[in-house]
Design a protein around this ligand. Structure first.
Ligand code: BTN
Length: 258
């Protein structure tokens, strides 16, 4: 397998891989930026939706819960797709789940590997996290827009020590431009019909957690439970150690396999 290294991301190639109906979507392609989510949030008031911001590398990639996202040059995908027509935060879980399905569909199609989804926003391959998703909502003149930030380690070989145990790469020679276009088209197709939740069946079938013992952390409290379902708003349904069934929505919850 030939891994193409050090090729700067090309915006025109991304456009060329997009289905025609999406090819006139505004696209901002950076060699370097701090965070594509930050750029997208700044642009959301004055740019027609949907629009896409991508970067070859980021100096301050943002992750969930205030974490950072390691974003070295020419080896990963750092993209923020901003989509409109949402009510508010309640839709953030929907969009996050949709993004996880869009990414896993793209990996299955282009790389022919079998990724798994760790609720709510991580994609794993061969036991390592290869993708993280951070959805941020921004007010616009026409309701809320969702900035869907997606980071995929495509060929990254070395990770900082603090994440080297959990982070991995897709390890593929598929051009990043092609993968970005595939993820974008997949996500826009799901977002076209926000009332159609059928994509959640794919989400569930790829879930790492369902049927497994987990620990979940709310604030400083860590509890034990069994993950039993994903509900139609994307919440994780659990049975706690007292046998009570309740639903976790993404918020500040972190979940680990036991
Ligand atoms: C996570 O794993 O907690 C989420 C990581 C999300 C990273 C992506 S990279 C593109 C976009 N821009 C950012 O600053 N973050 C997201």
């Amino acid at each position: 397998m030939v891994i193409i290294m050090n090729k700067i991301l090309s915006g025109s190639e991304i456009t060329s891989f997009l289905p025609e109906k999406y090819s006139s979507m505004p696209l901002f392609c950076y060699e370097l930026t701090d965070s594509t989510n930050r750029v997208a949030k700044d642009f959301s008031a004055k740019t027609p939706l949907p629009f896409l911001v991508v970067a070859d590398s980021q100096t301050a990639g943002r992750g969930r819960l205030g974490r950072s996202f390691y974003s070295p040059a020419s080896s990963g995908i750092y993209m923020s797709l901003t989509v409109g027509g949402f009510d508010a935060l309640s839709d953030a879980v929907f969009v996050t789940s949709a993004a996880a399905v869009a990414v896993t569909d793209a990996i299955i199609k282009l790389v022919d590997k079998t990724p798994q989804i760790k609720w709510v926003n991580d994609v794993y391959l061969d036991g390592k996290k290869v993708c993280g998703i951070l959805v941020e909502s921004v007010p616009t003149d026409a309701g809320f827009a969702a900035v869907v930030g997606i980071g995929v380690n495509m060929t990254t070989a070395d990770f900082p020590e603090d994440i080297s145990d959990i982070a991995g790469s897709v390890k593929t020679d598929v051009p990043r431009e092609k993968m970005i276009a595939e993820i974008t088209a997949n996500l826009l197709e799901i977002c076209k019909n926000p009332d159609d939740k059928s994509f959640l069946e794919k989400y569930k079938s790829r879930s790492m957690l369902l049927g497994r013992e987990i620990t979940y952390k709310e604030g400083d409290t860590v509890s034990l439970a069994t993950a039993i379902d994903i509900d139609y708003s994307g919440g994780l349904v659990i049975r706690d150690s007292s046998g009570n069934v309740r639903t976790l929505s993404s918020g500040d919850v972190t979940v680990r396999l036991k």
